[in-house]
Design a protein around this ligand. Structure first.
Ligand code: ZN
Ligand code: ZN
Length: 414
């Protein structure tokens, strides 16, 4: 933080221009406890040092506690009501089709990265999956030579014109990782370190994938190995003199029955029974092209009620259903969770800690679930860690959000 430094305004918030390379990291699906367990196992000494000598606090994510709304909130510094991305999918009532929101045309706010880039600084964004790269890198001008943005998934396809860099596999020195792997996230860190060593971006955003957290719980060997891998790269960023802030997009919980089968409330089946087949439309904003690790099952759903139906009466019935933690009108949910009303149905439903919401039983392909289901989306996955390698000073009583990560990294580190 600079006492007399230049500030850059983005979406109504001011950020000090980066003084040293600043790295903001979204550790996808990092439920509180994963890092602590890795430290207890003795494999995460850098995390331990940051938490002791720097900062370790908890922050609230955006609800729905899904990847895209939270990544976009982190990179814009604002809730979904401002940036417009409330999930992977929304239902376009005008055209009657379900639309995937992975195109930047759905983004309603500039990113902090593009704001800092426009102010003349060098910036970078590296994501695990390519679907996020297109949103997170929106507004960057690669012709300046001061912008880099690519994904692990499509690292082999990066070009100077579209990504600010080419020959990424050779640059990083790793093979192209599989989409469903820990390597996809490792590539993000390895590429980030190389970028700092060779191009020294002033501000960089790294976003991993929660493949491991969907698979295994806290303190398992696989989880500890994953955080040990991250720990090694954090040590490198630290040694390179970077300011580092790591947070998460959401937590993760077990969502299965004692027999290991997913504990699902099939909302479309329920609505069909109550209002007639196909009359209501249930949207699961977790749905995306990569569903093998969660079967498109999360703890948040939105329902478009049949025209002329009594929404209040439906809410009363829904609240009595086992596993429904919250059922609210669009208006109530948008006010409470700061969501864009035009991309939310008439009703928002959130399930309890160990339950997920489905559409119809027949529409979910659960064949990719090789482990008992772990997922997210609800209030029980709202709390996430925020860790920094230097001390941070927050205003007293400040309720920290994960989308304060850039504010912490640029304005509050000492
Ligand atoms: Zn995620
Ligand atoms: Zn996930």
């Amino acid at each position: 933080m600079q006492a007399n430094g230049k500030t850059i305004a983005v979406n109504g918030r001011d950020y000090y221009a980066p003084e040293r390379p600043t790295v903001v990291i979204c550790l996808d699906g990092s439920e509180p406890g994963y890092i602590e367990k890795a430290i207890e196992a003795g494999v995460a000494p850098t995390f331990a040092r940051f938490m002791k000598e720097g900062a370790h606090v908890h922050a609230n994510s955006v609800i729905p506690s899904f990847t895209n709304p939270n990544n976009l909130s982190i990179i814009t510094g604002r809730p979904p009501a401002v940036h417009g991305i409330a999930g992977n999918y929304f239902y376009d009532t005008a055209s009657g089709v379900e639309v995937m929101m992975n195109d930047p045309k759905f983004l309603r706010a500039p990113t902090i990265l593009s704001g800092v880039h426009d102010a003349g600084y060098k910036v970078a964004a590296i994501t695990a999956k390519d679907k996020l790269r297109t949103l997170l890198s929106h507004g960057l001008d690669y012709s300046t030579g001061r912008a880099f943005a690519f994904s692990s998934e499509k690292a082999d396809q990066a070009t100077v014109a579209n990504n600010g860099i080419d020959q990424v596999l050779e640059f990083v020195g790793l093979p192209l990782p599989q989409v469903y792997s820990a390597d996809l996230s490792e590539f993000v860190f390895a590429a980030g370190v190389k970028l700092v060593q060779h191009h020294r971006p002033d501000l960089m955003y790294l976003s991993t994938t929660d493949y491991i957290q969907h698979k295994v719980g806290l303190g398992t060997r696989i989880a500890n190995d994953f955080y040990a891998m991250i720990d090694g790269y954090l040590a490198l960023f630290d040694a390179l003199g970077c300011n580092i802030v790591a947070t998460a997009d959401h937590g993760m919980n077990d969502k299965f029955l004692p027999d290991g089968k997913p504990d699902v409330l099939y909302l479309q089946d329920l609505m069909d029974e109550w209002t007639g087949k196909g009359a209501a439309r249930v949207i699961l904003p977790i749905t995306d092209p990569y569903v093998a690790h969660h079967g498109a099952l999360g703890s948040f759903a939105t329902i478009y009620a049949p025209q002329g139906s009594n929404v209040d009466a439906l809410l009363v019935r829904l609240r009595k259903v086992d596993g429904v933690e919250l059922a609210q009108t669009r208006k109530e949910a948008c006010a409470r969770f700061e969501l864009p009303a035009d991309r939310i149905g008439d009703i928002v439903v959130i399930s309890s800690k160990h339950k997920v919401l489905g559409t119809s039983r027949a529409r979910h392909d659960l064949s990719g679930l090789t482990e008992p289901l772990r997922s997210h989306g609800g209030l029980t996955e709202e709390r996430v860690p925020l860790i920094a390698n230097r001390k941070i000073v927050l205003p007293p009583g400040h309720l920290l959000r994960n989308f304060d990560a850039f504010d912490v990294a640029l304005n509050r580190m000492h």
